[in-house]
Design a protein around this ligand. Structure first.
Ligand code: IVH
Length: 697
């Protein structure tokens, strides 16, 4: 080799070449940990330093730059248009099933056509984004394409490259051989929170909003300028393989997904093999129940035959393979018409615009009203009365208008009036500088009192069983209750004369109201409805001051001493107790015997027991307790309940579907305990736990 002419490559010292390789490998790994595993092991600064070092070396030796270098994700110039791409293997669509019976019928056909009695199925979430194909040649990403019509898609390679979760190059682990040609198929999507943040930012900039995460993902990927795509929080999850050349393809779908995972390609979460239809149905129900807790939109569950040869053999009808189907969840978005906008008055006096809708069924419930949040939101949506709109309802959350469809206007629409007077008491409304909300300033506005009373009596506040919305509204309307303390001085003789109030009911209500006088101090503080004082801050205030007198005497500086208290909370608490009307109200509560201090005996804080003095974190859903109940009991057992996991955390209690705190705990080696442990430790701390699901009011 001695007489080989010098090539450009020879200019690069071998150690530089090796370092560049190493940097790319490290950056790839940290990217994977950060974006896919959601569990970074290096700080942003360390990561940035590696990128910088790589950039410098590449500047010095441009011949080392390859398209699969992590420095090359962004920076491609805007395109004139997208080239078309032919999918060698068409990207088909899926048939739908909507019920258990239809799942069974679909599976029956699979059993019948295959002549088998046992078939393995795989269930996975149906992500609501857009399908793309990624082509890797010799382990390097060479093409990204949209599904298009299934046969012809668009070449979005430069856009796909900006998605950090997608490896530009594959690093197979020891002993794993990658096929010369590997086509990965999956979904580009957006997490709900990222979508909401994006829309918030767009709203602030006066840009049109995306109706849902799917549109946001599709709109972001199909940008001619890849720099725009790069700025959008897109994600990817693989759900299939397409072309595969050079090695033996996997025999089952799950093996294919496992293989992709080995290559650190993100795949659909929680895919599961089911051996019977019953298991499939169970999985579908499980997904449906979890649906509203997911970080991403899923519109159903995809059911696939695991055996790839069988899947192929089952063939295709129209554009739908017989070997897979989608169990679709009921839609949680529908379009309908806004007939009117009314304004409701809350306990702080805040006016909330509410859209009165042409009734529409969403997820089995007829929706006739949806919140519009505030007048800025109306502006942001560009809403006119008479507009067709997209309404969303998830689980128990209040339905909201998420988008308008201006294309469907016919000219009869009219703008929404912003109320200058309170619709309930006619007081002049006010909107403070820099705030989006409008208020009724009249503290005696009946609408405000109704809302305050509902909150005061609610489950997590004074928990007055039997005093629901109907009765509390009625008491305000009849003047039986004209202020919160009036609740403890009700003229029961008068109530007994009302229709529907028998002696038994009145006695129970009276008892429940009486019993509420002795709720923990924190609950009372929460029940007062002080702005910015939710359950958590109420607890912090109660723990810190321990009595209403000390709290009322607190200065802003003292309030700011509480960890987690910012100026807005401190100011709001301070002002609440400066207001003479509020001080009068507190005095009345005191005279009426409402408890306004922490139990003095430190019995509430055991110094012994498995939880005393421990720092604990809760994550996930508990079966037998609500989050706030669990927190209260843990505190009573002497534990400090904190929000984030650190090395100082003694235990993490994880319920169902735990979040990133769980991963963090694993990384830090913090013991992770379950709900059973939690209940046991509470009992061992001498705390009575009411585990039976509590009666709903
Ligand atoms: S498999 C032959 N799996 O749903 C069918 N698709 O209606 C190949 N989708 O175009 C699709 N999650 O955009 C499959 N886990 C999943 C999916 C999924 C979402 C989308 C995909 C596809 C559409 C079919």
């Amino acid at each position: 080799m001695a007489d080989r002419p010098p090539t450009v490559q020879d200019r690069v010292p071998p150690e530089v070449r090796a370092r560049v390789e190493e940097l790319r490998r490290l950056i790839h790994r940290y990217n994977y940990e950060y974006y896919v595993l959601n569990a970074p092991t290096v700080s942003d600064a360390e990561y940035d330093a590696l990128m910088l070092e790589l950039r410098r070396l590449e500047e010095q030796y441009p011949e080392l730059i390859t398209p699969d270098s992590p420095t090359q994700r962004v920076g491609a110039p805007p395109a004139e248009g997208f080239a078309t791409v032919q999918h060698e293997i068409p990207m088909l669509s899926l048939g739908n099933v909507f019920s258990d019976a239809e799942i069974r019928a679909w599976a029956e056909r699979v059993y019948r056509l295959s002549g088998r009695h046992e078939v393995e199925f795989v269930t996975e979430p149906k992500l609501d984004g857009l399908a793309v194909s990624l082509l890797y040649r010799d382990g390097v990403l060479v093409r990204g394409a949209t599904r298009g019509d299934g046969y012809t898609g668009e070449d979005v390679t430069n856009n796909v490259r900006t998605i950090r979760m997608i490896p530009l190059r594959l690093y197979p682990p020891e002993g794993v051989q990658i096929p010369r040609i590997l086509e990965v198929r999956g979904e580009v999507y957006m997490k709900i929170r990222d979508f909401e943040k994006l829309n918030r930012e767009r709203g602030e900039q006066g840009l049109p909003l995306f109706a849902n995460p799917r549109n946001a993902a599709a709109g972001s990927l199909r940008q001619l300028d890849p720099n725009v795509t790069a700025s959008r929080p897109l994600r990817f999850a693989a759900w299939d393989i397409g072309l595969w050349e050079g090695t033996e393809p996997p025999a089952t779908h799950v093996q294919a997904l496992d293989f992709l995972r080995q290559l650190q390609i993100p795949v659909v979460p929680d895919y599961r093999v089911c051996r019977t239809v019953d298991e499939v149905i169970e999985e579908c129900h499980r997904w449906q129940e979890r649906r509203d807790q997911l970080e991403f939109e899923a519109d159903g569950v995809v059911i696939k035959v695991n055996d790839r040869a069988l899947y192929q053999a089952l063939g295709v009808v129209g554009r739908e393979p017989r070997g897979a189907t989608a169990y679709k969840f009921p839609a949680h978005e529908k379009t309908t018409i806004v007939r009117d906008v009314i304004w409701s008055v809350g306990r702080t006096g805040k006016l909330t615009p509410v859209a009165i809708l042409e009734p529409v069924e969403i997820g089995g419930v007829i929706v006739e009203r949806a919140t519009l949040h505030n007048e800025e939101e109306i502006k942001r949506l560009g809403l006119l009365i008479g507009d067709a709109v997209v309404v969303q309802r998830r689980g128990d959350v209040i339905p909201k208008v998420v988008a308008t469809i201006p294309q469907r206007r016919d000219g009869d629409e009219r703008p929404v009036d912003i109320p200058q007077h309170c619709p309930v008491c006619s007081a002049h409304t006010i909107r403070l500088e820099g705030e989006v909300d409008r208020y009724c300033p009249n503290p005696n506005c009946p609408a405000r009192l109704k809302a305050s009373l509902r909150h005061f009596a609610s489950r997590n506040a004074m928990d007055i069983e039997g005093l629901g919305e109907k009765i509390s509204d009625l008491f305000v309307d009849l003047g039986i209750v004209r202020s919160l303390p009036d609740l403890y001085e009700i003229d029961w003789q008068r109530v007994l004369q009302l229709e529907g109030f028998g002696p038994k009911k009145v006695e129970n209500l009276q008892k429940a109201i009486e019993a509420s006088k002795n709720r923990p101090f924190a609950r009372f503080l929460f029940a007062l409805g002080i702005r910015h004082v939710g359950e958590r801050n109420a607890q912090l205030l109660a723990d810190h001051f321990r009595s209403i007198d000390r709290l009322m005497a607190a200065t802003i500086d003292e309030l700011l001493q509480i960890p987690g208290f910012g100026p807005a909370v401190a100011q709001s608490v301070y002002e609440f107790f400066r207001e003479p009307k509020n001080r009068e109200m507190i005095e009345r509560f005191r005279k009426l015997g409402v408890r306004m201090a922490e139990e003095e005996a430190p019995a509430a804080m055991p110094v012994q027991g498995p939880l005393a003095g421990k720092t604990v974190v809760l994550t996930g859903r508990l079966e037998s307790l609500t989050r706030s109940q669990a927190e209260e009991l843990l505190r009573r057992a002497g534990a400090h309940v904190t929000d984030s996991v650190s090395r100082k955390t003694d235990f993490v209690f994880a319920g169902a579907d735990p979040g990133s705190k769980y991963v963090r705990a694993q990384q830090l080696g913090v013991p992770i305990l379950g709900e059973e442990d939690l209940l046991r430790m509470l009992r061992e701390s001498g705390i009575e736990v009411e585990t039976a699901a509590r009666s709903e009011r």
